[in-house]
Design a protein around this ligand. Structure first.
Ligand SMILES: [Zn+2]
Length: 97
């Protein structure tokens, strides 16, 4: 597992994130957005770091989130592309089409 900074841990424990996470997961019916099996991990497409941890456009923006099962999440971290109809990878960035 990755190590979180103190700021990231505070964020992931915050009521606003827990509420955002719950609302987002409900909006995708608890299913992995890639393969439609039950999901487990809510992934930030733009990864959270100390520079953007206080920017709600990054941390709480639904368009920066994707709900995944462990297998599909591992694919992302292995550098394999996520395929969705409404987004594609461009220069390593996920962009809306
Ligand atoms: Zn999946």
């Amino acid at each position: 597992m990755r190590e979180y900074t103190a700021a990231a841990k505070r964020f992931y424990d915050s009521a606003i994130w827990i509420k955002c996470r719950k609302a987002y997961i409900a909006s995708v019916f608890n299913l992995c957005e890639k393969c439609r099996r039950p999901g487990t991990i809510l992934h930030h497409k733009t990864e959270i770091n100390d520079a953007n941890i206080n920017d709600p456009d990054v941390t709480l923006n639904h368009s920066n989130l994707i709900y995944l099962c462990i297998e599909c999440h591992n694919d992302i971290h292995a550098g394999r592309a996520v395929t969705r109809d409404d987004v594609r990878f461009e220069d390593g960035q996920l962009v809306e089409v």
